[in-house]
Ligand binder design. Structure first.
Ligand code: IMP
Ligand code: MG
Length: 191
């Protein structure tokens, strides 16, 4: 397996690479071009959820060539073993006002859809002019709440994936690709 110059200590936890940095970059640029066309002449605000979205947000912003604002929220962290189904706590709110603005909600990955559902509901009460969703990786196998996704990068199967901002217990975010975490890491912890 191509190791992208990543140190072996990190690589030994990865089953395989699902998307290369180049594949991700190409797709992100396509999304950015579409968004630039669709929102031309409008006041666009990109809203992201920390911390998984950081790589995607930076690359997406670079690919959008219309004026925009960006802001972030943060929710209580997701742990693969213990998840409060349906309960997402906002830890950090937006700092800019989205009332009357066209909001594009940018997410790294959607799994059950609970996080997004909760956050969209909250943002809609602030009466933005419009609100749409842009997600890079869509895992719809375990979806509990149907979500209208206007901009989608990739549909992916139900594996635990890391890299390109996505973590397992806060690790692996700095991998430049999207990789499948080895099953035994989920069971026995990081090697
Ligand atoms: P949902 O509420 O089930 O849609 O979960 C969404 C959140 O769970 C995402 O924003 C991620 O933070 C996290 N998540 C879901 N699947 C994965 C994964 O495969 N790798 C890393 N984080 C994930
Ligand atoms: Mg996230």
């Amino acid at each position: 397996m191509e190791d992208y110059g990543i140190n072996p200590q990190m690589m030994q936890n990865i089953e395989r690479v699902m998307f290369t940095p180049q594949q991700i970059q190409t797709r992100v640029e396509e999304l950015g071009n579409r968004i630039s066309r669709d929102y031309a002449g409008k006041s666009l605000v990109l809203v992201g959820v920390l911390r998984g979205v950081i790589f995607f947000m930076v690359d997406l912003m670079r690919s959008i060539d219309i004026p925009l604002e960006v802001d972030f929220m943060s929710v209580s962290s997701y742990s693969p073993e213990s998840r409060d189904m349906g309960l997402v706590r906002m830890v950090k709110d937006l700092e800019i006002s989205i009332t009357g603005q066209h909001v594009l909600f940018v997410e790294d990955i959607i799994d059950t859809g609970l996080t997004l559902h909760y956050l969209l509901r909250t943002l809609k009460t602030r009466q933005p002019a419009s609100i749409e969703v842009c997600v890079l990786f869509n895992k719809d196998k375990r979806r509990l709440i149907d979500m209208p996704i206007k901009y989608k990068g990739f549909d992916i199967p139900d594996y635990y994936v890391v890299g390109y901002g996505l973590d397992y217990r806060e690790k692996f975010r700095n991998l430049p690709f999207l990789g499948i975490l080895k099953a035994d890491v989920l069971q026995n912890g990081i090697d």
